[in-house]
Write a protein that binds this ligand. Structure first.
Ligand SMILES: Cc1cc2nc3c(=O)[nH]c(=O)nc-3n(C[C@H](O)[C@H](O)[C@H](O)COP(=O)(O)OP(=O)(O)OC[C@H]3O[C@@H](n4cnc5c(N)ncnc54)[C@H](O)[C@@H]3O)c2cc1C
Length: 415
């Protein structure tokens, strides 16, 4: 039976739901069509292991982009839990296991930089670099839920020539190399820019990744005994993400091979939010790990997805084990049927299960948040007047933000 509806939304990801909620609150009738049995897209929690009461976010890890305005406008009952540590990156220097801890207070971070690099210079450069990006972000972020500014208007809003050059004019590698000399520090900064993107520091490219979920009976001990595992895993745990290692992995993947030392970052959500574990598992000290890998474009999996997935999992865990005082395998929990609680997904798996094109977590290449030819007033317009983008593929889409959903609804309501 055909019913009349003001808007049809294809796909029920969180952005679609934001668009639908804005339209419905404005009195429009909306139909959402979702091919899966549940809505939420790549922003959903699930119990992936048979008979195990651990509820993990299968795909998205961190929410930092959802504007308070959307939470307020839609009366959402939504809270974020901050992490106590931003990141930890283990390494070996002069044969000694060490690492860089960012978090736990300014003094702890300064001491970690000094221990790794021998001076305070890198810590001071870090503060300068992130003060610049924070200044720009504070000015740009409010524009994301407004009509698209022109490049000139955005530049005026940013009002900081150095920040503009760093973020909009030059490849990020230029700024990173200007600010930092330590390879590991450079790598940690570069990963902030690279997340979800298959690119060299000096080069634009495609965005495709793989991800693994794991349930552990306990957190593994580290070779670097100066950091407690509960601290090291509380933030983003970087593996094989030195600046040089990232460049090598990119070059190997660009040449058609899986990276020999796959770079990845690991999140332990149960340290930030223990309620994702059932009370029994929490009491027994179980923890979850979610691993997100870079520089593995979909084309590396097309010949034999299963073999490539297994090879990549093995190589990735070997890189992690390099920094652990006990192999991760010894800490893995088992499901109700005695299988290790580990789930691995390649870009092709993401495409098959979620329809992410080529496994691209942002649906397509990200673009700058200002108007360019053909972007329309809200960055959601297409060549067809009545067809708008309300998901990650819109200008200013990408990530768990609700922003393109908001903007598509505004484009409809403004007509
Ligand atoms: C492993 C991974 C980690 C990530 N980590 C983060 C993170 O930490 N922080 C962050 O901000 N972002 C992260 N992202 C990115 C973020 O999840 C996405 O950008 C975001 O989910 C996009 O939301 P969306 O609503 O636009 O689309 P999606 O979440 O992709 O949802 C699209 C929906 O449309 C449905 N669909 C597709 N085609 C059709 C069709 N033809 N008919 C009907 N339904 C259809 C799909 O089934 C899906 O439910 C991550 C993504 C992945 C995969």
């Amino acid at each position: 039976m055909l019913t009349r509806t003001d808007a049809v939304i294809v796909g029920g990801g969180h952005n679609a739901l934001v668009a639908a909620a804005y339209l419905a609150r404005a009195g429009r009738t909306v139909t959402v069509l979702e091919r899966l049995g549940a809505t939420g897209g790549a922003a959903v929690s699930t119990r992936p292991f048979t008979g195990v009461d651990a509820r993990l976010s299968r795909y998205s890890y961190l929410v930092s982009l959802l504007p308070k305005k959307i939470v307020r406008d839609l009366d959402l009952d939504f809270a974020v839990r901050p992490r106590t540590v931003s990141s930890y990156t283990p390494t070996v220097r002069d044969g000694r296991a060490t690492g860089l801890l960012v978090g736990g207070g300014a003094d702890r971070t300064r001491a970690s930089f000094a221990r790794l690099t021998g001076t305070d210079r890198a810590y001071e450069a870090w503060n300068r670099f992130y003060a610049t990006t924070r200044h720009a972000a504070e000015r740009i972020f409010p524009t994301l839920t407004e009509p698209l500014p022109t490049r000139k208007e955005l530049r005026t809003r940013v009002a900081d020539a150095a920040a503009w050059r760093l973020l909009f004019d030059e490849p990020i590698g230029v700024g990173i190399e200007e600010h930092f000399s330590d390879d590991l520090v450079r790598g940690v900064v570069l990963t902030d820019a690279l997340i979800g993107t298959f690119a060299d520091a000096h080069d634009p490219g495609l965005a495709q990744n793989r991800c693994f979920l794991m349930l552990l009976e306990r957190l593994p001990r580290l070779k670097d005994t100066s950091v407690d595992p509960r601290e090291a895993f509380a933030g983003t745990f970087h593996v094989a993400e030195g600046y040089g290692q990232l460049a090598t992995a990119h070059a190997e993947a660009a040449a058609g091979s899986l990276p020999s030392a796959p770079p990845s970052e690991i999140y332990c959500h149960s340290l930030t939010d223990p309620t994702i574990l059932g009370p029994d598992l929490a009491a027994r000290g179980y923890q979850t790990l979610t691993l997100f890998g870079l520089h593995t474009p979909a084309r590396l999996f097309t010949e034999d997805n299963d073999t490539a997935r297994a090879a990549l999992l093995k190589a990735t865990l070997a890189q992690l084990d390099h920094h652990l005082a006990e192999p991760l395998e010894d800490c893995l929990a088992e499901d109700a049927e005695g299988r290790p609680c580990i789930e691995a997904k390649t870009p092709l798996d993401l495409e098959r299960e979620l329809r992410l094109p080529g496994g691209n977590i942002f649906h397509r290449e990200l673009s700058f948040p200002y108007a360019q030819e053909g972007t329309g007033r809200w960055g959601v317009e297409t060549a067809h007047a009545n067809v708008l983008l309300c998901g990650a593929g819109a200008v200013r889409g990408g990530g768990v933000s609700g922003v393109p959903g908001h903007n598509a609804a505004m484009a409809v309501l403004g007509r």
